[in-house]
Design a protein around this ligand. Structure first.
Ligand code: UT7
Length: 323
């Protein structure tokens, strides 16, 4: 029997032009290219210019995803934009994107789940499509972390970058492990909220608004929780690790990515890595990595792709997709 499925019809990404290397950071900060590369795998990151806001970059990524799908703006019934760095408290960044793209109707909203935001947004979009409420959804992750970093804190500011990624989901039909989103799994543990957070927001203007992280603790949770998420995604679909063609992980640290690759028994050439060039772009990291490997022809139609991410909240989750 076939059911309504969310098909990944198009993928897109956007990166700011300005590149900031580790060596440039080391000129003003007590750090080194060697330390950053050894501990994280990061060599450089893209940094947004004044006009490159979450809405601007999200719009560009979405434009590419729509073109890739051969979809007109009128096909977009909903826009879900994951971000921790919105242009304004309201209207939602998603609606700035709606206006910029010339999407004539439907609805849209922003979603806050830090680095797991894109997985959360994908899951919500998939639910709306399966329920028959919408047929075309833009799912976007767009972040300008350069504006919430404490540039004096070498423990965090070297780790993040800016960018946006997007997919266009179209309702289709499928069964078993046919094309489309096979499953999503979301998790959160609010009791761990103090190991990674931004100290401030519109509702707390007395705070700094800077990202704060206990890196060692987050690392420990990431390795454990993401390994569990991998098992959960495979078990839910009656698959084994040998069935997965590609891992598209959240790009926070190469050591975490390598651990997930070993868990899946995947060779390095089957894991999409962008952390070396993009650093951690939070909710944008998974769709940006997917866009890169999709457009350069590594990931092809029919491939089984596992997406996973963990971020502040704590939030984490997975999506298993047949492209
Ligand atoms: O996207 C959300 C998910 N985020 C993550 O998954 C991030 C997870 N955490 C990590 O990736 C790692 O914990 C970090 C890359 C943040 C840190 O690596 P680590 O191996 O856990 O290093 P550490 O925090 O234990 O620090 C080791 C040393 C410290 O010095 P002492 O106390 O041993 O003297 C730090 O002060 O390295 C020092 N350090 C630095 N040195 C040079 C910290 N940052 C830097 C730096 N350059 N940028």
């Amino acid at each position: 029997m076939t059911h309504i499925r969310s098909i990944l019809a198009g993928v897109g990404g956007y990166l700011p032009e300005r590149v900031l290397t580790n060596d440039e950071l080391a000129r003003t900060l007590e750090t080194s290219d060697a330390w950053i590369t050894e501990r994280t795998g990061i060599r450089q990151r893209h940094i947004a210019g004044p006009k490159e806001t979450a809405a601007f970059m999200g719009t560009e990524a979405a434009r590419t995803a729509l073109a890739d799908a051969g979809a007109a703006p009128a096909e977009v019934d909903a826009i879900i934009l994951a971000t921790s760095t919105p242009d304004q408290a309201f209207p939602a960044t998603a609606l700035r994107v709606q206006a910029a793209l010339g999407v004539p109707g439907g609805f849209g909203f922003d979603l806050s789940a830090a680095c797991a935001g894109f997985i959360y947004a994908l899951s919500v979009a998939d639910g709306l499509i399966r329920a028959g409420q919408v047929r075309g959804v833009l799912v976007i992750g767009s972040e300008v972390y350069s504006r919430i970093l404490n540039w004096q804190d070498r423990g965090t500011c070297v780790l993040f970058g800016d960018g946006a990624g997007a997919v266009f989901l179209r309702a289709g039909e499928g069964s078993g492990t046919d094309r489309g989103i096979l499953s999503t799994h979301l998790h959160a543990q609010g009791t761990q909220g103090d190991i990674l957070y931004v100290d401030g927001a519109v509702g707390r203007p007395d705070r700094s608004g800077h990202l704060v992280m206990n890196g060692r603790e987050v690392f420990r949770h990431a390795v454990t929780r993401l390994a569990e998420a991998v098992d959960e995604a495979l078990a839910a679909n009656g698959l084994t690790r040998g069935d997965v063609d590609w891992l598209v992980p959240h790009q926070a640290n190469l050591r975490i990515i390598d651990a997930m690759g070993r868990k899946l028994g995947l060779p390095a050439e089957r894991i999409v890595v962008t952390v070396d060039r993009h650093a951690n772009t939070s909710a944008a990291s998974v769709p940006l990595a997917l866009a890169e490997a999709w457009h350069d022809g590594r990931i092809r139609r029919g491939d089984l792709v596992l997406l996973e991410a963990l971020g502040g909240g704590l939030t984490w989750g997975s999506a298993l997709v047949r492209m």
